[in-house]
Design a protein around this ligand. Structure first.
Ligand code: PMP
Length: 432
């Protein structure tokens, strides 16, 4: 099946001293030695088409990043208390990506840190603690980020173990759940009623946090008008709105640089990570000067490596590459092609219940029965294993683990998109 005894021995070696992480990798993973654009290569130089690495957004092993990091490491790497140009430049570039008044940047090292800080900013702003989050979401592993992470795929006890200050809303999923299809606008009505109820109970929320495009549910847009209803309700209660753009932001949606644009809203706080460092640990919170200053008056922010010269150079280089290689446009064009080819495949294979998403954030939801929408979770896992044997890396997502998540490096070409569709077609036709 393509893996070697050496690769199996490496798994055992890794398991001896490395604490168990979320074990979502394959039963028999190959030993990956290098990457190039949207491809990975194992120690036998076998290529794999990489359909999952959204962190390597501008492609694996990009020579411009390697060159920029090498150069900066040879010059200087220190903390943000020092005065150096790269941090000022990167902050300007980030602020320029967002409309006014979102012009103030905190630089951290991960999505978890960004979410944690975003929650703290909102607590400092309102002097209150209660937070509204949607179900089936993941926002990180620190105490605060974990508290608002409600996905049972990541933590089977997620819903029973939320602290009392976390209030969850139905996952606004138009494909399954309480309100489907044309009824999906009711999620917003329910959400507003819940927020008003909290306020009436003396628990006015300090914050609402959600992905502005539902990455963790399988790459689904929120129902039209959802955030346009929820954000004003939160603001009427004196709270702030956080858009978690860690997965879906940064141009991947093709048509939009940020997920919140798709909803026609403006958040108060935006969290970013993953793509912005292309794998280098880099995260950011972008907010208004007033919100940042309120936090400053109550707390202290410093991060030893956040916004270091090397991190700032990585961040600026990633933005340069995104622009110079027209990768957002590529995500739009190749993503639209891929989505339409997957929709064609759905005509042929009953197992495909729906194709979700936009640009190069897509989800292929697999169901045993199109009427009941029974999740085909075991099939999804087996299909991913078989795809890996055939040289394509794709993995399950969502609380039901029945969605093929498709979020490749944004360098994906039409040819590689076709290769993915061809391989999936073969697996669905000939079995897994
Ligand atoms: N928010 C979202 C939406 C995420 O998907 C993730 C990571 N999967 C995080 C936050 C946490 O980011 P990190 O792993 O960089 O801490």
């Amino acid at each position: 099946n393509g893996t070697t005894p050496e690769a199996a021995a490496l798994v055992r070696r890794r398991e001896r001293h490395l604490a168990a992480v979320q074990e979502h990798y394959f039963a028999d993973p190959p030993e990956i030695e290098r990457g190039w654009r949207h491809h990975l290569f194992d120690t036998d130089a076998r290529p794999y088409l990489d359909m999952v690495n959204n962190v390597a957004a501008v492609g694996h092993a990009h020579p411009r990043i390697a060159e920029a990091v090498g150069r900066q490491l040879n010059l200087l790497n220190t903390n943000s208390r020092f005065n150096y140009a790269s941090i000022a430049e990167f902050s300007e570039r980030l602020a320029a990506l967002l409309p006014d008044p979102l012009d103030t940047v905190f630089l951290v090292n991960s999505g978890t840190e960004a979410v944690d800080l975003a929650l703290r900013l909102s607590w400092a702003w309102s002097g209150r603690r209660d937070v509204v989050a949607v179900r089936e979401a993941y926002h990180g592993w620190s105490d605060a980020a974990d508290a608002v992470s409600t996905s049972v795929a990541d933590n089977p006890q997620a819903l029973e173990t939320r602290p009392p200050w976390v209030h969850t809303l139905d996952a606004p999923n138009a494909y399954r759940g309480r309100h489907r299809g044309a009824d999906a606008h009711r999620y917003a009505t329910d959400a507003v009623a819940s927020i008003e109820r909290l306020q009436a109970d003396g628990r006015a929320p300090a914050t609402f946090i959600a992905e502005a495009f539902y990455g963790n549910a399988g790459g689904m847009p929120l129902p039209d008008g959802y955030l346009r209803a929820v954000y004003p309700a939160i603001r009427a209660a004196g709270g702030l709105c956080i858009a978690d753009e860690v997965q879906v932001g940064y141009g991947r949606l093709g048509e939009y640089f940020w997920g919140f644009e798709q909803q026609g809203v403006l958040p108060d706080i935006v969290t970013v990570a993953k793509a912005m460092g292309n794998g280098h640990p880099l995260g950011a919170v972008i907010t208004t000067r007033a919100i940042a200053d309120r936090y400053r008056s109550q707390g202290y922010f410093f991060s030893s490596a956040g916004g270091s010269p090397v991190s700032s150079v990585v961040g600026t280089t990633v933005l340069d590459i995104l622009a110079d290689e027209h990768l957002q446009q590529n995500a739009r064009v190749v993503g639209a092609h891929l989505k339409s080819r997957l929709e064609d495949l759905a005509e042929k294979h009953e197992l495909i219940g729906a194709v979700h998403g936009l640009g190069l954030y897509l989800g292929v939801e697999l169901v045993r029965d199109r009427a009941t929408r029974e999740p085909a979770d075991l099939e999804t896992a087996m299909i991913c294993e078989r795809m890996r044997e055939l040289g394509v890396i794709v993995q399950p997502t969502s609380d039901r683990q029945c969605v093929l998540k498709i979020k490749p490096p944004m360098t994906l070409t039409i040819e590689s998109a076709d290769y993915f569709v061809h391989t999936l077609d073969a697996v669905l036709t000939h079995g897994w």
